[in-house]
Design a binder for this molecule. Structure first.
Ligand SMILES: [Mn+2]
Length: 328
């Protein structure tokens, strides 16, 4: 069996992989992503990881918390969609994610929409600070998710997590008195973007957020573009957090998402990202977000996502011993 499936690298099998379902879909006007964790489980996520040699523990799904008034909030944030529910969720997610990391788990967060990242990545950043490690985030997404309450045309909070994580003050009250270690914008790299709002474009330049758009990927290819990023992250021995938004895929391959954008990644492009990240040995936490089973076609998108996670955990077409030990 291992001969054909491949095997997860030691960096991923030395720890217990913990699945945490986060059925949150209040970050946009389109409900359904709350069913994402169930669909990913039904598509066979845990058995696949076990076949690759991982020890998997399913921490179940978080139960929806009570809404929380974030207290003093700048006026522009007060109009955010579902602000009080998202505040409750962000604190709950942060606490659980932080606990998993503190217990040495390799967390695999099952979204839920991209608003979950305000809880997950803030916990990862806090953990990294305590461990004295740099954090880098690869945000594989059609969108930059770099709006603020002020710039957002929709007020949907699933479009704001990178602003929150880089320290936007209008969103800071979401986390209450928990410590927030802002991630420097150049240490977050959006990969696969093809739908960016005007204000976001300006903010990306202004703050130096990492961003590779689909045109650049068309022109240069995945391997050429990822190589220098990974080399830099390896030199710094970062904890790499991978945030995979299903909308990065072309909608013809993954229709199960509320924010489809034409011109997305091909099957092989997405797998090559995951395979390359696996070879890097840097991956310390993962999330899969925005899967909306209500919009999916017979589970196609869920199955594709599970396959992509399989590649991230070392599933291979052929054994590649040379690539496994030294890809770059
Ligand atoms: Mn996103």
């Amino acid at each position: 069996m291992m001969d054909t499936l491949g095997m997860a690298p030691a960096s991923m099998t030395s720890r217990v992989t913990s699945l945490l379902g986060i059925p949150l879909d209040l970050g946009s006007h389109t409900p359904g992503a709350r069913m994402g964790p169930a669909a990913l489980r039904i598509a066979g996520l845990a058995p696949l990881l076990e076949e690759l040699g991982c020890t998997v523990e399913d921490a179940g799904d978080l139960a929806p918390p009570h809404p929380v008034d974030p207290g003093f909030t700048p006026e522009n944030a007060a109009g955010c969609l579902n602000l009080e529910q998202i505040t409750g969720w962000t604190r709950l997610i942060h606490d659980h994610a932080y606990d998993l990391l503190a217990r040495g788990r390799l967390p695999l967060f099952l979204g839920g929409d991209h608003a979950i990242s305000m809880g997950t990545v803030s916990a990862v950043a806090r953990h990294c600070q305590e461990e004295g490690r740099d954090l880098a985030v690869l945000w594989v997404d059609a969108h930059a998710d770099f709006n603020t309450p002020e710039t957002s045309p929709s007020r949907n909070m699933h479009g704001m997590p990178i602003s929150f994580l880089t320290g936007d003050t209008s969103l800071r009250p979401l986390l209450g008195d928990r410590p927030l270690k802002p991630v420097p914008p150049p240490d977050i790299h959006v990969f696969g973007a093809r739908s960016i709002d005007t204000a976001e474009r300006r903010r990306i330049r202004e703050y130096g957020l990492g961003c590779t758009d689909m045109r650049t990927i068309d022109e240069h290819g995945i391997a050429t573009l990822l190589r220098p990023l990974i080399a830099e992250w390896q030199a710094r021995d970062v904890h790499l957090h991978v945030s995979l938004d299903v909308d990065v895929m072309d909608p013809s391959l993954a229709p199960g998402v509320g924010t489809t954008v034409p011109g997305g990644m091909t099957y092989r492009e997405a797998h090559l990202i995951m395979e390359t990240l696996c070879d890097s040995g840097l991956v310390g936490s993962i999330e899969v977000v925005e899967l909306n089973p209500f919009l999916d076609e017979r589970g196609r998108s869920a199955k594709l996502l599970v396959e992509l996670v399989g590649s991230l955990f070392g599933r291979t077409v052929l054994d590649r011993p040379a690539a496994r030990t030294r890809a770059f």
